[in-house]
Unconditional design. Sequence first.
Length: 66
Amino acid sequence: MSDPRTTMGEAVHLRLPHAPPKPAQGCPVCAELVARRRAARGRGDFSAATDADVEIRHHPHPGRRR
């Protein structure tokens, strides 16, 4: 009989992260968010890069599908 405190659990299966969202063409807000994302990735701040991705993904534009 195995002791759950010393026995390995099942393997964890992770998926690949989502592709970065595409900014809307000609939108200055999206352009600024892309610059923030690039700077954050450059300094290794992946939390800030993800925050910029979320803002780009949810920034409203007429006719834009989510």
